[in-house]
Write a protein that binds this ligand. Structure first.
Ligand code: HEM
Length: 453
């Protein structure tokens, strides 16, 4: 294994204050050494970086590797951060809500949110108003997750939640980015802003919980994650602690919308650079006159699916994951001490030259059943793998393409070039776009028949 000092990779420009902004450059340079197994010194100690799909699969599947609670201040002990016995109980409790029949039952929530969303873009199309695509996608996916999982329809609070989460995700991103580059000091002013934003997120989450509990039983729709949580009992008959219920709700809301919004925004931006793909996408979605689209249409939308999967490859929202071995072990021939920090990155793995021909080319045709069967199982892991495989995968793979197809049928998204290079990323906790993708949306067809609620 090659061992490298951070100085070898630090970008030339001054990144003080925004350490994560250059994190992708850092990873690119790490990978450019041609080594799939490297290590480097970070402010938290030595980090072992693995970029071979065999190793990555081992890390994700081996129970000896656990994840450190990097996002505890936001997610507490929820399913996205927990480990061990607590994680197992939570996963067992919530998994049934994400089995296919339950996920298909969420379709009305997706349709209703889209029916509310489309008139906003129709208005923007008529007035020529500038639309922040990333924020719009976050609003839509947040609306969907709240309707689908909690049976709740929020109004302006969607914007409040979106703005507060942006601050929290930005600042947590600075701190987690320390694993890659130099330590980051959060200034007292920023720290106050962070605490206020976190308090806003918490207030909204508590509001969601109280609102749901005030609904008469059987109303509200959705799979009612909160019913599962409220009815759960420990072996000794105790209900779940309130704090844990809050943490689970936070995991579901944040894990369930931020990621999806990112992939959709990247898809719109990439499409805007590829008129050839836009034409083919329009041909595909226009051939489906059924309103509204449902999961049964997805097998007939291979390009839409390919676009979504390819955006997940090049811009995986969860662009790095950290794990630590409980016991000393060997991985890919490298000796790892107990507690070592092991970093894997879907972002670099998805661009590995050995497993992806012309890795930097956006090519939605990579996902034919034959190509997928022939590919190394560990080469495409936007949803992780092993026991922490994304719980929301079936929902994300239905919701994302349906949103894309539905909106592509009605609109063209034209990004406004504003001095920012295209595809500029902001690698925070998730892989966001750097400037939120300001754009104009243009209506393609006259408003079509009303979508059912
Ligand atoms: C494109 C969309 C999504 C992507 C790329 C994504 C990605 C991921 C990844 C990489 C993990 C593993 C994290 C780790 O172990 O460190 C994960 C876990 C998880 N995701 Fe997602 N996710 C998406 C959508 C969703 C949705 C829609 C939901 C919920 C409704 C969700 C809920 C969760 C939960 C609860 C976990 C924790 C699973 C566990 O540890 O057992 N995700 N997701």
């Amino acid at each position: 294994m090659k061992t490298l000092g951070p100085a070898a990779f630090l970008p030339d420009n001054d990144v003080t204050g925004i350490p994560t902004a250059e994190a992708l450059t850092f990873l690119d340079r790490l990978v450019a050494t041609g080594e799939d197994r490297t290590s480097y010194a970070s402010p938290y100690g030595r980090v072992f970086f693995f970029n071979h799909p065999d190793d990555v699969r081992s890390v994700l599947q081996d129970r000896n590797f656990i994840r450190p609670p990097l996002m505890k201040s936001l997610l507490g002990d929820g399913l996205l951060t927990s480990e061990g016995a607590l994680w197992k109980t939570q996963r067992r409790l919530l998994q049934p809500a994400f089995h296919m029949p339950c996920v298909h039952a969420l379709l009305p929530g997706i349709h209703a949110a889209l029916a509310d969303f489309i008139p906003r873009w129709e208005l923007a199309s008529r007035t020529g108003e500038r639309v922040e695509i990333a924020a719009a996608m976050r609003r839509l996916t947040l609306d969907i997750i709240l309707r689908c999982l909690f049976g709740i329809r929020m109004g302006n609070e969607l914007e409040t939640m979106g703005a507060a989460l942006t601050v929290v995700i930005h600042d947590l991103g600075l701190l987690t980015g320390t694993l890659l580059l130099q330590p980051h000091q959060v200034s007292p002013r920023r720290n106050t802003e962070f605490q206020e934003a976190l308090a806003t997120v918490n207030d909204l989450i508590h509001g969601i919980i109280s609102h749901h509990r005030a609904l008469p039983p059987g109303t509200g729709g959705g799979v009612n994650i909160l019913n599962l949580l409220d009815q759960a009992r420990s072996a000794s008959g105790e209900p779940l602690p309130e704090k844990l219920i809050r943490d689970e709700v936070a995991s579901m809301i944040i894990g369930g919308h931020e990621t999806l919004a990112n992939v959709l925004s990247w898809t719109w931006e990439t499409l805007a650079l590829r008129p050839d793909l836009v034409a083919s996408l329009h041909a595909e979605v226009d051939a489906h006159t059924r309103h509204p689209l449902s999961q049964a249409d997805l097998p007939h939308l291979p390009l839409t699916m390919g676009l979504f999967k390819e955006a997940l490859r090049l811009f995986p929202p969860v662009w790095f994951m950290v794990r630590s071995p409980l016991e000393p072990c060997k991985l890919g021939g490298v000796d790892l001490p107990a507690g070592a920090q092991v970093m894997i990155s879907p972002y670099t793995l998805h661009r590995h030259r050995e497993f992806w021909p012309h890795p930097d080319v956006f090519d939605p045709a990579r996902y034919t059943p034959e190509a997928e069967a022939a590919r190394h199982k560990g080469a495409w892991i936007p949803f992780a793998a092993g026991r922490h495989l994304c719980l929301g995968l079936p929902l994300a793979m239905m919701e994302g393409p349906l949103i894309l197809a539905t909106l592509a049928r009605r609109f063209v998204v034209e990004p406004l070039a504003e001095g920012q290079p295209p595809l500029a990323a902001s690698p925070l906790v998730t892989l966001r776009q750097r400037n939120g993708l300001p754009a104009r949306v243009i209506s393609r067809t006259p408003p079509s028949p009303k979508l059912p609620d």
